[in-house]
Ligand binder design. Sequence first.
Ligand SMILES: [Zn+2]
Length: 1139
Amino acid sequence: MLVLLLLGAAVVYAGPIKDETKCGYESCIKYDPSVLNVHIVPHTHDDVGWLKTVDQYYYGSRNYIQKAGVQYILDSVIKELWQDPKRRFIYVETAFFWKWWTHQGDDVRHKVHTLVRAGRLQFVGGAWSMNDEAASHYQSTIDQFTWGLRKLNETFGACGIPRVGWQIDPFGHSREFASLLAAMGYDGLFLGRIDYQDKRARLRNREMEMVWRGDDDLGNSSDIFTGVLYNTYSPPPGFCFDVLCDDEPIIDDPDSPMFNVDERVTTFFNKVREMRSHYKTHNILVTMGDDFQYQDASMWFKNLDKLIQYANLKAAKDGLDIKLFYSTPDCYLRAVKDANPTLPIKQDDFFPYASDPTAYWTGYFTSRPTTKYFERLGNRYLQVLKQLQVVSHLKEHNKFVLNELLSAMGVMQHHDAVTGTEKEHVAHDYERLLDAAIDDASIIARQAFNKISQRSDTKPPIYEYERCRFNESSCSVSENSEQFVVTMYNPLGWRVKQPIRIPVVEGKYSVFSPKGEEIETQLVKIPDFVQNIPTRQSKATHELVFLAYLHPLGVKSYYIRRKRNISKRNTKKSNDIYLNVNDYFKNIKDNIEFEYIDDVNRQEKDVPEIYISEPFRSVNKKIDIQEKIDELSGDTADRKVLKDKSGAQVSEKLENDNDKIDDANADKADWNVLKDKDSTKDYIDEVERLKGIERVLYRSRNYPFVNDDEIRMLADEPAIIERADESYIENEHFKLRLDGSGQITHLILPDRTSNFNVQFFYWTGCVGDNKKPEQRSSGAYIFRPKTTQPFGMSLNITGKPIGRVVQEVWLESDQNVAAIVRFYDKLKFMEIDYTVGPIDITDGSGKEYIIRYETNIVNNGVFYTDSNGRQYLKRKLNERPQWNLTLEEPIAGNYYPVTNDISIDDGVYRMSVLTDRSHGGSSLQEGQIELMLHRRLLHDDAFGVGEALNETANGKGLVVRGRQRVLFEKSDQRVEKQKRIYEYHLEPIVFVADAKDLELNDWVTLDNCFIGLKKELPEGVHLLTLEPWSEGRVLIRFENYLQKSVNSTRAVDFNDIFSFLTFVRFRETTLAANQWLGRDKWTWNKEKEFVGSFNKNYGSFDDVSNNGEEDSVTADDGFVIQLKAKQIRTFIADYVISM
Ligand SMILES: [Zn+2]
C-alpha cells in the first residue's frame, strides 16, 4: 500500500535523484523459501552516552576509556556501502546520525540519499536514542520517537521510515513499549536481552518469535511481532571482524599457509544450523556487529563479502540447502512474514531481566535516583513549555530552544542515561545537557507569562522569571525579595488543586490571589535535615504553603509580600512556640467548620494572621517537656497539675512510656523558649486546654476513631482519643494515628481503619569479584542483597507542624534518613517527603535504602506495577506467568520497575504509592509495599560500567530528596486514581519573579489568570501532547485513559476545546506523527488466542474469557472525534488564533 508523506514536513534533498526508489521491503533481495536463508545483518550499537559522554563518543575523544568514535563509524560505513551495492547496513540512534548528518557536505549527503533510497542503508528504531523500558515514561518515549523520526522523515521521506523496533540492549522489556511501537506503525520488534530461564525455554520450544499483545484494552491493534535475537546482538563467536576484535580473518589465498576458508565456512555453517533449530522458519538473522563497531568498516565488509561468497560456493558445490546474503532486520521480518508461521503469544512483559541465577538487573530501576528525578522534571518542563508556546502563540523561532530540550530529553531516555548505568562523569554531562536545555527553553515561559499578563507581546517584559530548586526548598528570588510574583501553569485539561511551597526566610507574608484577595497560607519551618543537605545553597528557613486552584491549561499568578513594620512584640511572638500553637488552636476553635477554598469564586475571608507552625510535640513529648520544665525550674510541684488533671492511671502509663525515650532525643528539642516560671505554668495549662480542643476538633469530623476490634486491641474503653500518649495528623479524608514512641500505627479513613506504618530499612549489597555467579556484587545494574531481611532503623518524631493548610509529622532516624508525612487540607492523598543520605559506608559496606508502607491489606502475594506509567501488570511473588521459575535471588528476583505507581489491593480497598521518579519496587510481605529509594555501593557488578555506584556531591555521599503520594481508595475507583497520577506526573511548573517595583494595586490590573480551555476535557480524556509543529500548525494528541467498559468511549470536539485557537483542518497520523494513518497492519497466525485480560487471567490461562465488554464504536463526525478506551490519537492540525 502506498505510504503517504507528511505534507509540509518534508525538506527533502533537492538534487537529481533517479526515479528508481526501491527502499524498504521492496529493496529486499529475492530469496529461496526452500533453503535456509541466512540474513547477515551488519550493525553497530552506539550508546548515546555510557562510559563516555555523547560528544566523547561522537568525536572519539578519550579513547583510553573506550575506543569509540561514532563519526568515524558513519564516515567509514558510507564509504564501504558505496563500493558494493550488495552490502547493507542499519543505523539506529538518530541523535548520532543527525549530529553526523549536519556535518556532511553535499557529496556525502547525495550518496547517503542514494543509499537510503535503495534500501542499502536502512534505519531501524530511529528514535533519538534506544530508550530504556523500565524507568522511562510513555510520554517521553513517544516524544523521543516523534523527534527522531521527524528528523528522518524530513530528510529522507518514506525511505527513512523505520519498519522495525530494535531494542537489542535494554535490560528488560515493557508491555507498554510494545503497545506504543504497534501504534507507531512498526511491523516488528527485535529484542536482545530476555531472562536466561525464559530464553532457555524459548530456545527449547522454538518460541523465540511471538506475537506480543501490548495492551488488553486496545486488543489486536496493539499486537506486534516480537523476535528475540539468538546471540543478544553480537556476532557468532569467532566471527567478529572488527578492528576491536581478535578473531581470525578469512584468508582465501590457497597458497598461504594460513588459508582457512574451508574451516571458517564449516564452522559458520555449524553455528547457523544450531541457530536454525530454535526458529520456526527457514530464515535466521545473524547480527554482525557490536558496541561501537565499524569504525574501520572495510575490515568487516571485506571479511563478510568473503564469508558470503565462499559459503554460497560451498553450499552450491556440496548441494547444501543454505544461502547467505546481506540483509537487514526489515528484510528478515519480511521473509518470516512470507513464510507465514504460526506463532506463540505473549501477553505479559519481560521484567525483571536476569542474565544468570544471581544477576537480576533490578538495581538499575533505582540507580542514580537524582538523575531519575531530574529526567522527570525535564519532562514537566518540556510539556509545559511546548504548550505555552502554542497557548500564548509566541514567535516561531522559539522552536530552536524547544528542539534543544526535545534532544536533551531524547538523550535522557537512552538505556544508560535514565537507568543510572553510566559512569559518574557521564551522568554529570547528562545533567549539564538537560539543565542547559531547560534553562534555554524557559525563555518560552518568560515570554508567555509576560505576554499573558500584559495582553501584549510588544511591551517590554515586567518580570524576570527564575527557576527555583524547589526540590531542595531553595529559591533565590523568594528568599531575597520583599515582594515577588509566583506564576504557574497547569498543563492538564482539568482543574487541579495544587499545594505550592515557596521557600522564604522567616517572617510574615501575605499571599494575594489574581484579584488581589489575600488567601490562606501557612508558614512551615524547613526541617534541619533538609536545610542541611550538603548541596543546598539557600538561606530559606521556612516554606510558605498555600493551595493553588488552577484552571485547565491555565496560567495563574500570586503576589506575595513580606509584611513590613513588624512590631517588637510581634517579632517576639513569632518566635514563641506555644503562643503560636495557641493562636492556631484558638483559630481552629473559632472556625471548626473549614470553608471550601477556591480562589476563583470564593468569597475571600479576611485571614490576617499567618500561622507559624513550629514543631508541635505529641502529648508524650509534652511530658518530656514537663520533665524539662521541672529540670529548668527546679520545681517539681507543677508536675502534679498534669497528673491531677489527667488522672493517675494515664500519668502512670505515660511515665512508663516515657522511660523509653532517650535523653539525647529529648535534648533535641528547643527549650530556649521556656524563659520563666510564668510561661511554664501557662504552658501546662495550655497543654490541658489544647487536649480539650483537640478532642472537640476530632469529634467534629466524621471519623470513627478506630474500628471496634482495634479499640479492643488498643484500650478497654471506647474513647481511644483520651489516651494521652498518642497523637494525630489529619485532613477531611484521612487521619493518621501516632503512638507515644513516634510510630505511626493506624490510618483511619471514613469507613475503614487499617494498621499503617511507614518504615525505612536498608539492604546490604553482596560483594565479590564477579568471576562466578555466586561471587556477584550488587552494582549499578544488579541488585543482590546479602540477607533475606533488611536492616531496620527506628524513627523519632522531631516536629509536628500543624496548621490549616497542611499538617505534618517529621520523622528522623540516626542513619541519615528522615521523612515528612503530611496531609494538605482537602487533598485526598498522604504525601511522604523523604530525605535519604549520605549513606554511611564507613563500615565498608554498600547499602540500598528502601521505604516500606505497612498495612493490613490482605493481598495474597499479589501486587501491581505500572508499565511506563500507563497500564498495570499483575505481579505474583516468586512466579512468572510463562515459565516455571527457579529463584536463587528471592528479593531481587521479585523486584519490578515502578515508573509511576505500585499498588496492593484486597478486592475492596487499594493502597497505591505514586512516585516522583522511577524506582524498583515489590511487595515482599503481606500488606506491604516496598520501594528502593537510594543506593550507594562500593563494588562494580562487572557488566561494563567499571565503576562502583558511589555517588557523591560536595565530597559527601549524595543526599536524595523525593516525594511519594499514597492513595487509599476503593478498589473500583480507577478514574479518580488515574487523574491523581497525571496530576502528580505533570505538576504545574512554578516560576518566581521579583516584584520590587510593582505594587499590589498595579499588579491586580494585570491579567493574572488565564484559562486555556473553554471547559474541562471530558472525564477520561487527557491532552497528552500540544506541541508547535510549524507555522499555524500543531501536533496534538488526545488520550483516553479509561479501561475498556460499556461506557468508555469519549468524544472530543476539536473546536470546543481551546479558548485561544480555532482549528480549520486536521489529519490523523500514527502515534509518532511520521506517517498518515491508514497503512495496513500485519496480522499473524497465532497458536492460541489472547485472553481478554492478562491481569484477570494470570494463573488460569486456560480460561479464554472475553471480559471487558466494549461499547459500540461511533464514527468520527467532522471535528468531533471518538476515543476508545486506552486509545491515543495523534493529529496534525491547522489553526487560526482566536484570542
Ligand atoms: Zn547499549
